[in-house]
Structure formats: structure tokens, C-alpha cells
Ligand binder design. Structure first.
Ligand code: HEC
Length: 339
């Protein structure tokens, strides 16, 4: 078994692993390297194997590298997967933000190529369309699901590439098997757009991520549990939970409001004086779908945009589930406008 974390930036657009010829070529390169540097390679590989196995062993099934003959025909070994429901997949995609980071306005679709730059280096969003060469057509459902929920792309030869966490796989890690399959089914419906995305350039390798708990097979249906699930996927906390100095969410003040760029996100805990404790569940659900507050005012700024782009498409049942969850969390007395 050969597993290694890619130590250099990828030399290919992220999603172009479909060519059998390339898989074969990589295998050849590996073999000749083995012959010349066998001793050192063994030590390095063994160390990496140990680390990788320890880190991902618990959550990530890694299949051994396939023999060369098999590797030349990856499609033939793909397991049939129960067909996902693209309509539900689109609903989930919309709730999480419509994969907006992948939107390419020149090409008018999720063809990727958007540049994200920071002290960590540069990454580009991937082409999510069904293009054979530059999109996700060549990736199996299993590979896509692993990318979505763990940020790990297990390649044909067993190598693992860890995505930069700008891709919100930590949020998506709670996604049920059903919803993630449906999401993949939705992505498969995106008409192909050819767009080769530049390679990433990172200062250091992202750490492999292990989800705290295994995701459920089916999506929760009990209102409070489903509400929490939806609030997590929609990342309401990204705006409504204040942050510690190091930028991490202040979990003692879950959804208690705080500053976001250019404005203040409200306290949406059940505190009567500073939160939304006086709102009924219907009023909360109504705000999510229409943007109208109980006093008749329209919500403004970032929240209005979220309602327009995402939450207005929630089913009434799901908006009420979110409201039920918001009513169930600890009330935190915090007036974010006065801080
Ligand atoms: C992009 C940032 C952002 C996200 C994401 C976001 N909100 Fe908001 N939200 C805001 C801001 C800012 C306000 C205040 C708007 C205003 O003053 O009109 C607000 C207001 C609200 C209010 C009204 C509170 C009040 O006292 O008027 C509710 C309820 C609410 N959000 C719930 C949610 C829920 C539930 C989610 C996730 C499903 C969510 N928000 C996601 C930024 C956000």
C-alpha cells in the first residue's frame, strides 16, 4: 500500500485524474524511483504511512493501490451506487451557499477558477461541472463524497491530497449519507464547462481532518435535531457566533451575535432582552423565508442577502425546524450592538 501526502503543490488541475494513461505513467515513475532510491524512500514512506494511517485510520477507508492492470481501467471497478436525488441535492447545495465560491461569472456556471489568497498561499476553486477533462466527470461518487466531507481526495494510486479548509468540508462533515449522495447527483447534472484551474501554491500542507463523529445515514427529521443540522450546514454561526481572539468561534456564546465585516449580526439565542426570545417559532421561520421581522421591518444587509440567495428557498417545515432549534439553545444575554 502506498499512501503519501502530496508535499508539493499539485501539478494538475485538481479534477483531472480521469486519464488512464496518466495513472499508468505515475505508476511507472514511482517504480523507477523505487529502483534508484529504494532505501530512503522506504524510510520516508514508512514514516508517512504511519502518520497518515494514525490520522485518517479511524474515519477513512483507504483501498490498497490497485495493480497496474486494474489501474488502467478504473471505470470498470467502480461500484454501482444507489442513484441520488438531484432535486434534494440542489436544495442542500443552495442551503450551504450554492457552492458560490465555484461560480465563474465569465462562463456562467460552477466552472471554478476563483482565486483565494492569504498567508497560507493561493488556492483556486475547482471546476464542479461534468466536464471530462477539467471538471469532475472523472471522479467517482466515493471520491467526491470523501472530498466533500473530509477534504481528502483519495487518488487512483492511493495517494491522498488534503484540500485547504477554505473548502468548507469541516462544515459538510455532518452531512448525511443521503444528502451528500444527492449533492453529488446534483453536481453531475451541471452541464460541462471547460475551464482548467491553475495549480494551488501552499506555504504548507493542510492537516488531514478527522470529523468528530460519523455522519448519519439518513438526514434527521425530528424538528430540533433537524434544525441543528440545517443551522450547521447553513453555517449561521459563521456570522452569529462571536469569535475568540484567535478567530475560533466562542462556543460559550453560541449564536449570541457579534461584529462581522461592516455590520453586526444579531443575537439569535432565546434571551428575551437581547435575543429573539419573544419571537414565536412562526415569526422566526417567517423571517428566514421572507426577511420580514415580527414588527414589520425588513431585515437588512448581510442577512437580507442570505434570505434572498438562500433561506427564502427553505421549505416551511425546515424553516420551522430551524426556529425550533433556535428556541432550544441556551439563552445568552449579549447585546452585540452595544459592545
Ligand atoms: C452572512 C452573515 C449571516 C448569516 C450566514 C446568517 N445571518 Fe442572520 N443576521 C445577520 C445580520 C447581519 C443580521 C442583522 C440584520 C439586521 O439588522 O437587519 C441578522 C439577523 C438575523 C435574525 C433577526 C434577528 C433580529 O433581532 O432582528 C435572525 C432570526 C437570523 N439572522 C437568523 C439566522 C439564521 C437562522 C441563519 C442561518 C440559517 C442566519 N441568520 C445566517 C447575518 C447573517
Amino acid at each position: 500500500m502506498i499512501i503519501k501526502i502530496i508535499i508539493h503543490p499539485t501539478t494538475q488541475p485538481i479534477h483531472s485524474k480521469s486519464s488512464p494513461a496518466k495513472g499508468y505513467f505515475m505508476q511507472q515513475t514511482q517504480l523507477s524511483l523505487d529502483a534508484t532510491h529504494r532505501g530512503m524512500r522506504f524510510v520516508v514512506l514508512f514514516g508517512l504511512l504511519l502518520v497518515v494511517a494514525l490520522v485518517i485510520g479511524a474515519c477513512q477507508p483507504v483501498s490498497p493501490a490497485a495493480p497496474v492492470a486494474e489501474q488502467a481501467t478504473p471505470a470498470a471497478t467502480e461500484e454501482p451506487v444507489e442513484a441520488g436525488d438531484p432535486a434534494n441535492g440542489e436544495y442542500i447545495a443552495n442551503l450551504t451557499g450554492g457552492c458560490g465560491c465555484h461560480f465563474n461569472s465569465d462562463l456562467g456556471g460552477l466552472a471554478g477558477g476563483r482565486k483565494f489568497e492569504g498567508p497560507f498561499g493561493v488556492v483556486y476553486s475547482a471546476n464542479l461541472t461534468s466536464d471530462e477533462e477539467t471538471g469532475i466527470a472523472g471522479l467517482s461518487d466515493e471520491v467526491l463524497i470523501s472530498i466533500l466531507r473530509t477534504g481528502q481526495e483519495v487518488e487512483e494510486d492511493g495517494e491522498i491530497e488534503v484540500m485547504h479548509p477554505i473548502m468548507p468540508y469541516m462544515t459538510f462533515s455532518v452531512m448525511s449519507d443521503k444528502d451528500v449522495r444527492d449533492l453529488v447527483a446534483y453536481l453531475r447534472t451541471l452541464p460541462p464547462l471547460s475551464n482548467a484551474v491553475p495549480e494551488r501554491e501552499l506555504a504548507s500542507d493542510p492537516q488531514p481532518f478527522t470529523p468528530a463523529a460519523a455522519p448519519p445515514a439518513e438526514s434527521p427529521t425530528e424538528p430540533v435535531v433537524r434544525g441543528e443540522y440545517l443551522v450547521t450546514l447553513a453555517n449561521c454561526g459563521g456570522c452569529h457566533t462571536p469569535r475568540n481572539e484567535d478567530g475560533s468561534p466562542n462556543t460559550d456564546m453560541l449564536l449570541a451575535g457579534g461584529p462581522i465585516p461592516d455590520e453586526i449580526a444579531a443575537n439569535i439565542t432565546p434571551d428575551e432582552a437581547t435575543g429573539i426570545g419573544r419571537w414565536s417559532e412562526e415569526e422566526i421561520a417567517n423571517l428566514l423565508i421572507t426577511g420580514i421581522k415580527p414588527n414589520g421591518d425588513e431585515t437588512a444587509g448581510a442577512m437580507a442577502q442570505q434570505v434572498r440567495r438562500r433561506f427564502s428557498r427553505l421549505t416551511e417545515e425546515d424553516a420551522l425546524a430551524i426556529a425550533a432549534y433556535l428556541k432550544s439553545i441556551p439563552a445568552v444575554s449579549n447585546d452585540p450592538y452595544s459592545n
